[in-house]
Ligand binder design. Structure first.
Ligand code: PAF
Length: 288
């Protein structure tokens, strides 16, 4: 099955395939990933297939978005499993560049979005977004897709990439795909594979608390109270909170009192040494 899946490893091969498609008038969607694929990624490929005639999935574990004490070398990798999933999802092309294809020895450029990247993940992982926007810019320029698709689980990343594309006039439509969840509510993530059985049993509490905070906010509870309670519920269950915040859904401006416009509750927690992120929508209080 995997043998039928076209895999290229160089920019030249990627470009010539995409150019051939373009010559035939076909539109192209890119789904950038770091591999270790799960059903959340498959749903992004399905969205890509609905929105464009050809779908490229890139698999590249990007070293520059990991901090010095983060899990780059331990990040889960599963090439064969990824190929099977992508073949099953009828991906047209997989791009798997080596590190030297993306970052040759004399690589000296950094692409950085400011403002949107300063809080939430940016506060906890200071170099993370510069690594993301640099690699995404490279992938966009290498592939030149019409559409690019990212998961809403990384909500801040999605808005940062939209800003990047807008600021640099990239002719690419950025689409967000909804977060896929396990039956118990845990957001699908490659990092879930690291959770030991006790942490896995506790993990769904994270999403349940985000939902409770969202419900409280929509019923008029002020932000400081709702987030205080949320933290308390999580810490009480033995989940260490990195952040739990309410932000405007369109531009991530902090919401400080009541929710009067579409917003998100965003959180990052530690289960043991595994860090998970998630977010849920909050509908504004009717009549406010
Ligand atoms: O979301 C991810 O998997 C990564 O941050 C991305 C967008 C593929 C860039 O490396």
């Amino acid at each position: 099955m995997a043998a039928k899946l076209p895999i290229v490893r160089t920019t030249g091969e990627l470009r010539s395939t995409v150019q051939r498609w373009r010559g035939r008038g076909l539109t192209v969607a890119l789904v950038p990933t770091m591999g270790s694929l799960h059903d959340g990624h498959v749903s992004l490929v399905q969205l890509a297939r609905k929105r464009a005639k050809r779908t490229v999935v890139s698999i590249f574990v990007n070293p520059t978005q990991f901090g010095p004490n983060e899990d780059f070398s331990a990040y889960p990798r599963d090439e064969q499993g990824d190929w099977l999933k992508l073949a099953g999802a009828r991906t047209d092309l997989v791009y798997m560049p080596a590190v030297s294809e993306i970052y040759p020895d004399d690589f000296s450029t950094r692409v950085e979005v400011i403002g949107l990247t300063s809080g939430l993940e940016g506060a906890s992982r200071p170099r993370h977004f510069a690594g993301v926007t640099t690699v995404v810019t490279k992938l966009f320029l290498q592939c030149l897709p019409d559409i690019a698709i990212f998961g809403e689980k990384d909500y801040q990343q999605l808005l940062v990439i939209r800003q990047l594309v807008k600021d640099l006039d990239m002719p690419i439509e950025v689409l967000g795909g909804p977060t896929m969840r396990e039956p118990d509510g845990l957001a699908m993530s490659s990092r879930n594979a690291y959770l030991d059985p006790a942490a896995r049993a506790l993990a769904p509490r994270f999403h349940a608390v985000l939902d409770e905070v969202s419900r409280d906010l929509s019923q008029g509870r002020p932000v400081h109270e709702a987030t205080y309670l949320g933290r308390d519920w999580l810490e009480g269950a033995g989940i260490k909170v990195d952040y739990l915040e309410v932000r405007d859904a369109a531009n991530l401006t902090p919401v400080t009192e009541h929710v009067t416009a579409p917003s998100r509750v965003l959180g990052a927690v530690y289960l043991g040494h595994i860090r998970l992120i998630d977010n849920v929508a909050v509908e504004p209080i009717p009549g406010r």
